[in-house]
Design a protein around this ligand. Sequence first.
Ligand code: 2HA
Ligand code: ZN
Length: 271
Amino acid sequence: MSSILESNKALAVQVWQIAEVAGYLWERGWAERNGGNISVNVSEFMDELDKNRPALRTVALLATFKALAGHYFFVTGTGRRMRYVAKSPMENGSIIRLNDAGDAYDIIADNDIAPTSELPSHLSMHNYMRSVRGCDTKVVCHTHPTDLIALTHVKKFLQPGVLGRMLWSMIPETRIIVPRGVGIIPYEIPGTMDLATATIKELAKHDVVMWEKHGCLAVGEDIIETFDMIDTLSKSSQIYFYAKQAGEEPEGMTNEQLDGLVPVFGLPEVD
Ligand code: 2HA
Ligand code: ZN
């Protein structure tokens, strides 16, 4: 069977955008070996022909994701490298379809490539964002930004709110591009549902969460915007390190300076 990207140009645009971001993750040095994973809800781009594609394999999920019943996702493959997702997305990822009960999925294109081992946690985040936060979240992106991870090795930044406040205070852009700030989750074993549950709790207040000594996870409507949030936070952390090298603990923007951005750029929608 030919690639789904050949018959569906709208989907191809989306998948190549994911590949573009996978390339950025690699170029930034955030994706050693198979580090990181991406899932994107592509339901709106699936046409009738795609919907009738036969299952290459059906896999039961251990939980039910009601808000995702009948939804389609592009998911990076387990053990696959971002630098290869960038070049050949459909050889290093697959399109899956959740069944009508939301408790199993079919791999429908292009190849029988098993999704990331983080799929249950990604799906629980997509499900949460849709059903509880009521957001049109399409993207869950997990990566390993070196500078941001380094900051999670510093005790004071593990206190709630401290890391996010510091990153905001390095440059005005960070307050504007990441308006809900950053959550922090104490170390958990990667790939566990405990980590997913803790992440969901933080996603009530933030669009980006840091996992202590591991990496970060961002959610959003658009893969490029999701990357931009992480990239901007990484920029802030680099400024922190450079300023520290230049002398004392960096001062950062004052509360007054940060508050001055609110009338212009608005408050985050924190419920
Ligand atoms: O997919 O990054 O956290 C590899 C990982 C797991
Ligand atoms: Zn990871």
